[in-house]
Design a binder for this molecule. Structure first.
Ligand SMILES: *[C@@H]1O[C@H](CO)[C@@H](O)[C@H](O)[C@H]1NC(C)=O
Length: 334
Protein backbone atom coordinates (compact mmCIF):
# COMPACT_ATOMS: atom_id res chain seq x y z
CA UNK A 1 0.00 0.00 0.00
CA UNK A 2 2.86 2.29 -0.88
CA UNK A 3 1.32 4.60 -3.40
CA UNK A 4 -1.94 5.74 -1.84
CA UNK A 5 -2.88 9.03 -3.31
CA UNK A 6 -5.24 11.14 -1.29
CA UNK A 7 -5.58 13.89 -3.87
CA UNK A 8 -8.17 12.15 -5.98
CA UNK A 9 -8.64 13.72 -9.36
CA UNK A 10 -11.93 15.47 -9.99
CA UNK A 11 -12.65 13.33 -13.00
CA UNK A 12 -12.93 10.17 -10.91
CA UNK A 13 -14.97 11.96 -8.30
CA UNK A 14 -17.43 13.19 -10.89
CA UNK A 15 -17.68 9.74 -12.47
CA UNK A 16 -18.70 8.43 -9.10
CA UNK A 17 -21.30 11.11 -8.63
CA UNK A 18 -22.65 10.32 -12.06
CA UNK A 19 -22.87 6.67 -11.14
CA UNK A 20 -24.88 7.62 -8.05
CA UNK A 21 -27.55 9.22 -10.13
CA UNK A 22 -29.02 6.09 -11.65
CA UNK A 23 -31.80 4.36 -9.98
CA UNK A 24 -30.79 1.00 -8.52
CA UNK A 25 -31.37 0.92 -4.78
CA UNK A 26 -28.15 2.24 -3.38
CA UNK A 27 -28.75 2.49 0.32
CA UNK A 28 -25.37 3.08 1.84
CA UNK A 29 -21.74 3.53 1.08
CA UNK A 30 -18.96 1.36 2.47
CA UNK A 31 -15.86 3.49 2.23
CA UNK A 32 -16.17 5.29 -1.08
CA UNK A 33 -17.41 2.37 -3.14
CA UNK A 34 -20.96 2.38 -4.31
CA UNK A 35 -22.86 -0.17 -2.25
CA UNK A 36 -25.98 -2.06 -3.22
CA UNK A 37 -28.18 -3.79 -0.68
CA UNK A 38 -29.29 -7.31 -1.56
CA UNK A 39 -31.34 -8.99 1.17
CA UNK A 40 -30.94 -12.68 2.00
CA UNK A 41 -33.81 -15.11 1.67
CA UNK A 42 -36.38 -15.22 4.48
CA UNK A 43 -34.43 -17.99 6.23
CA UNK A 44 -31.30 -15.83 6.31
CA UNK A 45 -29.40 -17.86 3.73
CA UNK A 46 -27.98 -16.73 0.44
CA UNK A 47 -27.20 -18.61 -2.74
CA UNK A 48 -25.84 -17.50 -6.07
CA UNK A 49 -24.10 -18.71 -9.21
CA UNK A 50 -20.70 -17.57 -10.45
CA UNK A 51 -19.89 -17.56 -14.16
CA UNK A 52 -17.06 -16.08 -16.19
CA UNK A 53 -15.74 -15.63 -19.71
CA UNK A 54 -19.00 -16.34 -21.47
CA UNK A 55 -20.46 -14.06 -24.20
CA UNK A 56 -20.15 -15.93 -27.52
CA UNK A 57 -23.71 -15.94 -28.94
CA UNK A 58 -24.31 -19.35 -27.40
CA UNK A 59 -21.31 -20.99 -29.04
CA UNK A 60 -18.62 -23.14 -27.42
CA UNK A 61 -21.22 -24.68 -25.08
CA UNK A 62 -22.30 -21.28 -23.71
CA UNK A 63 -25.95 -22.28 -24.25
CA UNK A 64 -25.44 -25.71 -22.68
CA UNK A 65 -23.86 -24.12 -19.60
CA UNK A 66 -26.76 -21.63 -19.47
CA UNK A 67 -29.32 -24.47 -19.42
CA UNK A 68 -27.58 -26.19 -16.50
CA UNK A 69 -27.29 -22.89 -14.66
CA UNK A 70 -31.05 -22.57 -15.00
CA UNK A 71 -31.59 -26.00 -13.41
CA UNK A 72 -29.09 -25.53 -10.58
CA UNK A 73 -30.39 -21.98 -10.07
CA UNK A 74 -33.90 -23.36 -9.64
CA UNK A 75 -32.79 -26.07 -7.18
CA UNK A 76 -30.82 -23.61 -5.06
CA UNK A 77 -33.41 -20.83 -5.36
CA UNK A 78 -30.59 -18.43 -6.18
CA UNK A 79 -30.66 -14.80 -5.14
CA UNK A 80 -28.39 -13.45 -7.89
CA UNK A 81 -25.68 -14.29 -10.41
CA UNK A 82 -22.08 -13.06 -10.32
CA UNK A 83 -20.16 -12.58 -13.56
CA UNK A 84 -16.38 -12.56 -13.23
CA UNK A 85 -15.93 -10.66 -16.52
CA UNK A 86 -15.04 -11.15 -20.17
CA UNK A 87 -18.73 -10.72 -20.67
CA UNK A 88 -18.65 -10.21 -24.43
CA UNK A 89 -16.15 -11.72 -26.87
CA UNK A 90 -14.04 -10.97 -28.64
CA UNK A 91 -13.83 -7.29 -27.91
CA UNK A 92 -16.53 -6.30 -25.42
CA UNK A 93 -19.39 -4.23 -26.81
CA UNK A 94 -18.98 -1.80 -29.69
CA UNK A 95 -21.54 0.49 -28.02
CA UNK A 96 -24.77 0.47 -26.02
CA UNK A 97 -26.69 -0.85 -29.02
CA UNK A 98 -24.32 -3.68 -29.91
CA UNK A 99 -26.57 -6.71 -30.62
CA UNK A 100 -24.06 -8.87 -28.72
CA UNK A 101 -25.77 -7.75 -25.50
CA UNK A 102 -29.00 -9.41 -26.60
CA UNK A 103 -27.40 -12.33 -28.48
CA UNK A 104 -24.91 -13.29 -25.78
CA UNK A 105 -26.77 -12.33 -22.60
CA UNK A 106 -30.52 -11.60 -22.90
CA UNK A 107 -31.31 -14.48 -25.26
CA UNK A 108 -28.99 -17.03 -23.63
CA UNK A 109 -29.72 -16.92 -19.90
CA UNK A 110 -33.45 -17.32 -20.35
CA UNK A 111 -34.30 -19.79 -17.57
CA UNK A 112 -36.77 -18.53 -15.00
CA UNK A 113 -34.31 -18.98 -12.13
CA UNK A 114 -31.76 -16.74 -13.88
CA UNK A 115 -34.15 -13.78 -14.05
CA UNK A 116 -32.38 -12.30 -11.03
CA UNK A 117 -29.94 -9.48 -10.58
CA UNK A 118 -26.60 -10.08 -12.29
CA UNK A 119 -23.55 -8.37 -10.79
CA UNK A 120 -20.70 -8.12 -13.27
CA UNK A 121 -17.15 -6.88 -13.43
CA UNK A 122 -15.20 -6.08 -16.58
CA UNK A 123 -12.59 -8.41 -18.07
CA UNK A 124 -9.67 -7.57 -20.32
CA UNK A 125 -11.70 -8.48 -23.43
CA UNK A 126 -14.41 -6.04 -22.30
CA UNK A 127 -11.75 -3.33 -22.23
CA UNK A 128 -11.05 -3.99 -25.91
CA UNK A 129 -14.45 -2.57 -26.84
CA UNK A 130 -16.37 0.53 -25.76
CA UNK A 131 -15.87 -0.11 -22.08
CA UNK A 132 -18.35 2.50 -20.90
CA UNK A 133 -21.14 0.90 -22.94
CA UNK A 134 -21.19 -2.04 -20.52
CA UNK A 135 -21.47 0.33 -17.59
CA UNK A 136 -24.31 2.26 -19.20
CA UNK A 137 -27.71 2.47 -17.45
CA UNK A 138 -29.24 2.08 -20.92
CA UNK A 139 -28.41 -1.64 -20.83
CA UNK A 140 -30.58 -1.91 -17.74
CA UNK A 141 -33.48 -0.63 -19.83
CA UNK A 142 -32.89 -3.44 -22.34
CA UNK A 143 -32.55 -6.04 -19.56
CA UNK A 144 -33.03 -4.98 -15.95
CA UNK A 145 -30.92 -7.89 -14.67
CA UNK A 146 -27.73 -6.25 -15.90
CA UNK A 147 -25.43 -4.35 -13.57
CA UNK A 148 -21.80 -3.94 -14.48
CA UNK A 149 -19.62 -1.36 -12.77
CA UNK A 150 -15.90 -1.01 -12.39
CA UNK A 151 -15.68 -1.49 -8.60
CA UNK A 152 -18.56 -1.70 -6.14
CA UNK A 153 -19.93 -3.54 -3.11
CA UNK A 154 -22.98 -5.74 -2.67
CA UNK A 155 -24.08 -5.93 0.93
CA UNK A 156 -26.10 -9.15 1.20
CA UNK A 157 -26.50 -9.16 5.00
CA UNK A 158 -24.51 -12.30 5.89
CA UNK A 159 -22.03 -11.61 3.09
CA UNK A 160 -20.33 -8.57 1.60
CA UNK A 161 -19.21 -8.98 -1.99
CA UNK A 162 -16.51 -6.57 -3.14
CA UNK A 163 -16.19 -6.26 -6.92
CA UNK A 164 -12.81 -5.05 -8.13
CA UNK A 165 -11.78 -3.78 -11.57
CA UNK A 166 -8.56 -5.76 -12.07
CA UNK A 167 -7.71 -5.16 -15.76
CA UNK A 168 -5.95 -1.79 -15.22
CA UNK A 169 -3.59 -3.51 -12.76
CA UNK A 170 -2.07 -5.70 -15.47
CA UNK A 171 0.92 -3.84 -16.93
CA UNK A 172 1.17 -5.99 -20.08
CA UNK A 173 -2.06 -4.61 -21.50
CA UNK A 174 -0.52 -1.15 -21.75
CA UNK A 175 2.15 -2.64 -23.93
CA UNK A 176 0.15 -4.61 -26.51
CA UNK A 177 0.11 -2.85 -29.89
CA UNK A 178 -1.98 -5.64 -31.45
CA UNK A 179 -4.98 -4.91 -29.19
CA UNK A 180 -6.61 -1.58 -28.53
CA UNK A 181 -7.85 -1.09 -24.98
CA UNK A 182 -10.33 1.58 -24.00
CA UNK A 183 -8.72 3.22 -20.98
CA UNK A 184 -11.31 6.00 -20.81
CA UNK A 185 -11.90 6.82 -17.16
CA UNK A 186 -8.84 4.94 -15.98
CA UNK A 187 -6.08 7.48 -16.57
CA UNK A 188 -3.69 8.05 -14.99
CA UNK A 189 -3.61 4.34 -14.28
CA UNK A 190 -1.30 4.46 -11.25
CA UNK A 191 -3.70 6.85 -9.55
CA UNK A 192 -6.69 4.78 -10.61
CA UNK A 193 -5.36 1.50 -9.21
CA UNK A 194 -4.25 3.21 -5.98
CA UNK A 195 -7.78 4.52 -5.49
CA UNK A 196 -9.28 1.10 -6.24
CA UNK A 197 -7.08 -0.45 -3.52
CA UNK A 198 -7.69 2.37 -1.08
CA UNK A 199 -11.46 2.15 -1.55
CA UNK A 200 -11.40 -1.63 -1.27
CA UNK A 201 -9.39 -1.43 1.93
CA UNK A 202 -11.73 1.04 3.55
CA UNK A 203 -14.77 -1.02 2.51
CA UNK A 204 -13.18 -4.22 3.86
CA UNK A 205 -12.29 -2.41 7.07
CA UNK A 206 -15.87 -1.30 7.70
CA UNK A 207 -17.46 -4.62 6.71
CA UNK A 208 -19.11 -6.54 9.54
CA UNK A 209 -20.57 -9.30 7.37
CA UNK A 210 -19.93 -12.91 8.30
CA UNK A 211 -18.53 -13.73 4.86
CA UNK A 212 -16.25 -11.50 2.84
CA UNK A 213 -15.98 -12.26 -0.84
CA UNK A 214 -13.86 -10.36 -3.34
CA UNK A 215 -14.61 -10.74 -7.06
CA UNK A 216 -12.28 -9.70 -9.89
CA UNK A 217 -11.66 -10.84 -13.45
CA UNK A 218 -8.02 -11.83 -13.10
CA UNK A 219 -6.83 -14.66 -10.89
CA UNK A 220 -4.58 -13.95 -7.96
CA UNK A 221 -3.55 -17.61 -8.02
CA UNK A 222 -4.17 -20.00 -10.90
CA UNK A 223 -2.49 -23.00 -12.47
CA UNK A 224 -4.34 -22.44 -15.75
CA UNK A 225 -3.14 -20.87 -19.01
CA UNK A 226 -2.50 -17.37 -17.59
CA UNK A 227 -1.28 -18.49 -14.18
CA UNK A 228 -0.93 -16.13 -11.21
CA UNK A 229 -1.40 -12.41 -11.83
CA UNK A 230 1.78 -10.98 -10.30
CA UNK A 231 0.38 -7.46 -9.92
CA UNK A 232 -2.52 -8.84 -7.86
CA UNK A 233 -0.26 -11.14 -5.83
CA UNK A 234 1.74 -8.04 -4.91
CA UNK A 235 -1.03 -5.51 -4.40
CA UNK A 236 -4.36 -7.25 -3.78
CA UNK A 237 -3.43 -10.45 -1.96
CA UNK A 238 -2.04 -8.65 1.15
CA UNK A 239 -5.43 -6.93 1.59
CA UNK A 240 -7.34 -10.19 1.16
CA UNK A 241 -5.17 -11.79 3.84
CA UNK A 242 -5.18 -8.82 6.22
CA UNK A 243 -8.98 -8.46 6.22
CA UNK A 244 -9.76 -12.20 6.48
CA UNK A 245 -11.45 -12.46 3.11
CA UNK A 246 -13.02 -15.91 2.75
CA UNK A 247 -13.13 -16.22 -1.03
CA UNK A 248 -11.51 -14.54 -3.99
CA UNK A 249 -13.55 -15.36 -7.11
CA UNK A 250 -12.29 -14.72 -10.63
CA UNK A 251 -12.43 -15.76 -14.28
CA UNK A 252 -9.79 -15.09 -16.95
CA UNK A 253 -8.46 -18.62 -17.06
CA UNK A 254 -11.09 -20.64 -18.93
CA UNK A 255 -11.38 -23.35 -16.36
CA UNK A 256 -12.80 -24.19 -12.96
CA UNK A 257 -10.39 -24.42 -10.05
CA UNK A 258 -9.92 -24.09 -6.31
CA UNK A 259 -6.64 -23.23 -4.64
CA UNK A 260 -6.25 -22.76 -0.88
CA UNK A 261 -4.05 -19.93 0.36
CA UNK A 262 -1.11 -21.12 2.44
CA UNK A 263 -1.17 -18.12 4.83
CA UNK A 264 -4.88 -17.62 5.56
CA UNK A 265 -8.26 -19.36 5.23
CA UNK A 266 -8.70 -17.63 1.86
CA UNK A 267 -9.83 -19.82 -1.06
CA UNK A 268 -9.05 -18.82 -4.65
CA UNK A 269 -11.96 -19.89 -6.83
CA UNK A 270 -11.77 -19.62 -10.61
CA UNK A 271 -15.02 -19.74 -12.56
CA UNK A 272 -14.04 -18.72 -16.07
CA UNK A 273 -15.58 -21.55 -18.05
CA UNK A 274 -18.78 -19.98 -19.40
CA UNK A 275 -17.96 -20.78 -23.03
CA UNK A 276 -14.67 -21.52 -24.84
CA UNK A 277 -12.45 -23.81 -22.74
CA UNK A 278 -10.23 -26.85 -23.11
CA UNK A 279 -6.98 -24.96 -23.48
CA UNK A 280 -5.01 -27.96 -22.32
CA UNK A 281 -2.12 -26.03 -20.88
CA UNK A 282 -2.02 -26.52 -17.15
CA UNK A 283 0.95 -25.03 -15.32
CA UNK A 284 2.35 -27.46 -12.78
CA UNK A 285 4.37 -24.52 -11.56
CA UNK A 286 3.14 -23.12 -8.26
CA UNK A 287 0.40 -25.69 -7.75
CA UNK A 288 0.71 -25.48 -3.97
CA UNK A 289 -2.69 -25.57 -2.31
CA UNK A 290 -4.40 -26.83 -5.47
CA UNK A 291 -7.63 -28.56 -4.51
CA UNK A 292 -9.36 -28.87 -7.85
CA UNK A 293 -8.82 -28.06 -11.52
CA UNK A 294 -11.06 -28.72 -14.53
CA UNK A 295 -10.16 -27.58 -18.01
CA UNK A 296 -13.65 -27.71 -19.58
CA UNK A 297 -16.84 -25.62 -19.48
CA UNK A 298 -19.03 -25.11 -16.43
CA UNK A 299 -19.87 -22.81 -13.56
CA UNK A 300 -19.95 -22.57 -9.77
CA UNK A 301 -22.63 -22.21 -7.12
CA UNK A 302 -22.25 -20.75 -3.64
CA UNK A 303 -24.56 -21.32 -0.66
CA UNK A 304 -24.04 -19.36 2.53
CA UNK A 305 -25.61 -19.50 5.96
CA UNK A 306 -24.47 -17.68 9.11
CA UNK A 307 -22.14 -20.59 9.85
CA UNK A 308 -21.54 -22.55 6.67
CA UNK A 309 -20.40 -22.04 3.13
CA UNK A 310 -20.63 -24.55 0.31
CA UNK A 311 -19.11 -24.05 -3.11
CA UNK A 312 -19.87 -26.48 -5.94
CA UNK A 313 -18.45 -26.69 -9.46
CA UNK A 314 -20.57 -28.16 -12.27
CA UNK A 315 -19.75 -29.24 -15.80
CA UNK A 316 -21.68 -28.64 -19.00
CA UNK A 317 -24.05 -31.52 -18.14
CA UNK A 318 -24.79 -30.14 -14.67
CA UNK A 319 -22.76 -32.93 -13.07
CA UNK A 320 -21.08 -31.99 -9.79
CA UNK A 321 -17.32 -31.98 -10.33
CA UNK A 322 -16.16 -30.73 -6.94
CA UNK A 323 -17.78 -29.65 -3.70
CA UNK A 324 -16.15 -27.82 -0.82
CA UNK A 325 -17.61 -26.74 2.52
CA UNK A 326 -16.37 -24.68 5.42
CA UNK A 327 -17.90 -23.85 8.82
CA UNK A 328 -17.43 -20.91 11.14
CA UNK A 329 -18.38 -20.52 14.77
CA UNK A 330 -21.51 -18.41 15.21
CA UNK A 331 -19.93 -15.99 17.68
CA UNK A 332 -16.34 -15.89 16.52
CA UNK A 333 -14.93 -12.42 16.22
CA UNK A 334 -14.87 -11.17 12.67
C1 LIG B 1 -18.82 -29.06 -25.20
O1 LIG B 1 -18.78 -29.88 -24.04
C2 LIG B 1 -18.43 -31.25 -24.30
C3 LIG B 1 -18.52 -31.98 -22.97
O2 LIG B 1 -17.64 -31.46 -22.03
C4 LIG B 1 -17.05 -31.33 -24.90
O3 LIG B 1 -16.72 -32.66 -25.19
C5 LIG B 1 -16.99 -30.48 -26.15
O4 LIG B 1 -15.67 -30.45 -26.65
C6 LIG B 1 -17.43 -29.06 -25.84
N1 LIG B 1 -17.47 -28.27 -27.06
C7 LIG B 1 -16.67 -27.23 -27.25
C8 LIG B 1 -16.83 -26.51 -28.56
O5 LIG B 1 -15.88 -26.82 -26.42
Amino acid sequence: MDTLNHNKPMVLLSLRLLAFSFSLCIVSVLGQLQTFEHPTKGDGTLSFLVLGDWGRSGEYNQSEVAIQMGIVGENLDIDFVVSTGDNFYDSGLTGEHDPAFVNSFVNIYTAKSLQKQWYSVLGNHDYRGDVEAQLSPLLRKIDSRWLCLRSFVVNAEIADLFFVDTTPFVRNYFDEPEHGYDWTGVNPVATYTSIVLEDLESALKSSTAKWKIVVGHHAVRSVGHHGDTQELVEKLLPLLQAYSVDFYMNGHDHCLEQISDDKSPLQFLTSGAGSKAWRGDVKELNSEGLKFFYDGQGFMSVRLTQTDAETVFYDVFGEVLHKWTVSKQLHSSI
